[in-house]
Design a protein. Structure first.
Length: 116
């Protein structure tokens, strides 16, 4: 499975990438925000996108809504440190395949991906 990572934390993206690659997943896209994400999506075409919810200048739910319009078949899982029902409900309404709550360990990450 080809996976894309969108998070403004380079350290977190690197850690997730290392875990995914150790489980034989192919990380084909990394982005720190929506501008970089949309610039890379056409070329890299992941099967699944792990998308952070909170960015300094934008909201992952807004990015998800835009993704649904432009890439309706792209599977997206939101990643957040805020365990709020409103985020999970909005994510589901917008078509996210799930929400993964930080902090998570390697097993939780891989289990969440396998459920998609």
């Amino acid at each position: 499975m080809k996976i894309g990572l969108v998070d403004d934390s380079v350290i977190l993206r690197s850690a997730i990438k290392n875990v995914l690659e150790s489980f034989e997943y192919d990380v084909v896209l990394e982005a720190g925000g929506s501008v970089e994400l949309f610039a890379k999506l056409e070329k890299h075409k992941p099967d699944l996108l792990l998308l952070d919810v909170f960015f300094p200048t934008e909201n992952g739910l807004d990015i998800l809504a835009r993704l649904r319009k432009q890439y309706p078949k792209l599977k997206v899982m939101l990643v957040t440190g805020m365990k709020q029902d409103s985020i999970a409900e909005e994510a589901k309404r917008l078509g996210a395949k799930g929400v993964l709550y930080k902090p998570f360990d390697a097993d939780e990450l891989i289990d969440a991906i396998k459920r998609v």
